[in-house]
Design a protein around this ligand. Structure first.
Ligand code: GDP
Length: 296
């Protein structure tokens, strides 16, 4: 087992006096441990580097409070910065637009997109008392369309009837028209995923975005994918434009470093987290909890 970060930093600072300012050499020694902790938590390397530099600037020269050791002081600075970076405004799903409000769900296949679509739809229906229509735009995988339909039946959320052979943009437009006519408040569009980001996937998502002008575009990402997550997030962020992230599989063994990577790369808040396979396994994102999990 690894020692916790506090134990390691405690060791580094043991030899120091309990007072005075944090010195550059000591901060550097401490930040080497922080860097290892973040990498072990699967935070992407460029994000780790940026974070460590930010903390270095803040830590060097800081007066150590009388009540804590220098090690505890560095941990506090690291933790505060992590929470700040993970947090941010606009964490709830924004529905402040004319009904029906389109929400576009994007991400790789297997990230938990369809499950998250149904989880969010049910939540909006139950907690916000919104009338929600879900539509699957995954025309290449009939099983995915059926999966959403079944989830709709299980959760009591309406789904757009499937018309075989219709293209994604046309399905999206049909969903919006149906929602207008039938008085739905929200339309959740579950787009197709691929195993890897490719240009045809991106072009399709961009065409759908242009057709419906979504109020929220949420990237669904698997918290266990670690370093890869950054590449995926970067591409969706650059090419499609995102308003937030839904992080799935936070119930897994991972330390959740992807949360920091996602937040840093997209600049957008993590709006919700998936914590299991069941439809109610959806939680709000708590930066403090994730920060302590990342630091181990
Ligand atoms: P999609 O291909 O992106 O639409 O992915 P799915 O929604 O079909 O999910 C793929 C698998 O991941 C399914 O077996 C889901 O039950 C599972 N899954 C989705 N979200 C979570 C989560 O938060 N935690 C866990 N443990 N499993 C999840």
């Amino acid at each position: 087992m690894f020692d916790s970060l506090s134990d390691k930093l405690g060791g580094i600072f043991d030899k120091l006096k309990r007072s005075g300012a944090l010195k550059e050499a000591d901060v550097s020694a401490a930040l080497r441990e922080v860097r290892i902790a973040l990498l072990e938590a699967d935070v992407a390397l460029p994000v780790v580097k940026d974070f460590v530099e930010k903390v270095r600037e803040k830590a060097v020269g800081q007066e150590v409070l009388k009540s804590v050791t220098p090690g505890q002081m560095v941990i506090k600075i690291v933790n505060d910065n992590l929470v700040e970076m993970l947090g941010g405004e606009g964490k709830t799903i924004d529905l402040a637009a004319a009904a029906p409000v389109p929400i576009l769900m994007v991400g790789l296949q297997g990230s938990g997109k369809t499950t998250s679509t149904a989880k969010i739809a049910k939540r909006l229906q139950e907690k916000e008392k919104k009338k929600v229509l879900m539509a699957s735009l995954d025309v290449r995988r009939p099983a995915a369309m059926e999966q959403l339909q079944i989830l709709g039946e299980q959760t009591g959320v309406a789904t757009l009837p499937i018309i075989a052979g219709q293209m994604p943009v046309d399905i999206a437009k049909r969903a919006m028209t149906a929602a207008k006519l039938q008085g739905f408040d929200v339309v959740m569009l579950d787009t197709a995923g691929r195993l890897h980001v490719d240009q045809s996937l991106m072009a399709e998502v961009v065409a759908i975005r242009n057709a419906v002008n979504p109020h929220e575009t949420l990237l669904v990402a698997d918290a266990l994918t670690g370093q890869d997550a950054v590449n995926v997030a970067q591409q969706f962020s650059d090419q499609v434009g995102l308003t937030g992230v839904v992080l799935t599989r936070m119930d897994g063994d991972g330390r959740g470093g992807a949360a920091l990577s996602m937040r840093a790369v997209t600049g957008k808040p993590i709006k919700l987290v998936g914590v299991g396979e069941k439809i109610d396994d959806l939680e709000e994102f708590h930066p403090e909890r994730v920060a302590s999990r990342i630091l181990g």
